[in-house]
Design a protein around this ligand. Sequence first.
Ligand code: TRP
Length: 332
Amino acid sequence: MEGKKRTFSGIQPSGDLHLGNYLGAIKNWVDFQDEFDNIYCIVDMHTITVRQNPADLRRRCLEQLAQYLACGLDPEKSILFIQSHVPAHAELGWVLGCYTQFGELSRMTQFKQKAQQHADNITGGLFTYPVLMAADILLYQADLVPVGEDQRQHVELCRDIAVRFNGIYGDTFTLPEVLNRKAGARVMGLTTPNAKMSKSIPEGCVLLMDKPEDIQRKFKRAVTDSDTERCVRFDPVAKPGVSNLMQIYSAVTEKSYDEIEAEFEGKGYGAFKPAVGDAVVERLRPIREEATRLLADKVYLESIYKSGAERASYLANKTLRKVYKKVGFVAR
Ligand code: TRP
């Protein structure tokens, strides 16, 4: 693995994985597997920044791991682990928090949004969330962080913290960059084509574990556009609904927009929507079946997350030891 750039990314087990997570993130991670040296985390410590039901959180963590595997992440090629299994994340997070300004954290857009959504529970953890994320990335000396645009500000803060620390103590951390996913992977809600697909709007959100009939129903009810043209044409401004469906169809079938326009020429939205539903059903079927099979095999899942945590800890502790020494802690 020497010489390859390292990627690090994570998804919170805050809800069941959906088509947006798959097409926007996990599918790309699978595609990167040979090109980069990859570390993919289930960031359960981030998830408790808002209140969780403990049993649900535990179930979703294991399901997420089974789904990572079922989507094609190969534990031989990528380190897959659960964040809370590697204590170095919390430990580096504490140190980095002492090199992060209150003002910087106050400016984070996601904090401001979440503070509004959870006005009765604005915790220190919610505020320092980006510091823990910086620790995630810097512990592994990651070069590239494949995340969506909504996380760019956090990665930039992570860089600022790293630059500051390196400036005081000499070269310690690799400066990470956002790895832009390919155009066309930002999946919007089926009922809200102007907002990202999200579990908070269940009817517009296709879960990886949804049954075929549920997937079909959601696509049949997908919002299309009220333009008079009523033909399948890619135009995200004038036709956000149809363009979102085209993007999904293109991502699951590998067909280009031109091919899709030709395929549905002269056929209305009524033919297009179920066709997208069918394609998604077929794409997700093996993933759902494999995830279900893996979830029944707790011993195997345990062996994956244990060995993932061991390999991650080895790398993380190397960085943590350097940092502890630089800031002046007495060696254990
Ligand atoms: N904050 C990210 C999100 O909500 C999840 C995350 C946590 C993450 N730590 C990370 C992503 C490190 C990339 C790298 O999407």
